[in-house]
Design a protein. Structure first.
Length: 171
């Protein structure tokens, strides 16, 4: 017998367990949902870790993650973000984590949650792209590209969840 999280669930809340027919059964989850969901969970969990550590450990954390960057100057830059950019950053990372969990749960709320995450990423990272820090090392290599990668992945996760909702995989 398939594990509980792989079994089709009734869409009709009045249906008895085990008594599902063609009209009341959610579409079976494709294997790529689990692969993408787990990768999204890990990716967004690291984003939450980075957010939490930046907010609580500050410059010491920045120095440990990016030794070539002046941690104190970078934290002064982060602490000077306008409130909307800070809120966007938080919505981006925590919304992404919640959206990945909801995706793995095959819940329809994954779609709007991942949309909120995408909008948050655009706000938070858009500010950083439009207002570079000017700190040596922040505009080189991976540091220059990662904001665009994060925004693209947030959009891709939203589009994927929406497609799964349309196909009836998320209910």
């Amino acid at each position: 017998m398939a594990p509980l999280f792989l079994r089709a669930r009734p869409i009709n809340p009045g249906a008895k367990e085990g008594m599902m027919d063609k009209d009341t059964t959610a579409a079976r989850a494709p294997i790529h949902l689990w692969i993408i969901g787990v990768i999204a969970l890990l990716w967004n969990a690291f984003g939450c870790y980075d957010y939490f550590m930046t907010r609580t450990k500050g410059a010491a954390y920045i120095r440990s993650m990016m030794p070539s960057i002046d941690g104190d100057a970078f934290m002064a830059y982060v602490n000077a973000f306008p409130i909307w950019a800070s809120i966007g950053w938080g919505l981006g990372v925590w919304g992404g984590l919640a959206g990945a969990i909801l995706l793995l749960m095959r819940h329809r709320w994954a779609v709007p949650t991942l949309l909120v995450s995408f909008v948050g990423a655009v706000l938070g990272l858009g500010y950083q792209i439009a207002n570079p820090s000017g700190i040596a090392g922040t505009d080189q290599g991976g540091n220059a590209v990662i904001p665009y990668v994060i925004i693209a992945l947030a959009l891709a996760l939203f589009v994927y969840a929406r497609a799964m909702r349309i196909k009836g995989v998320l209910s």
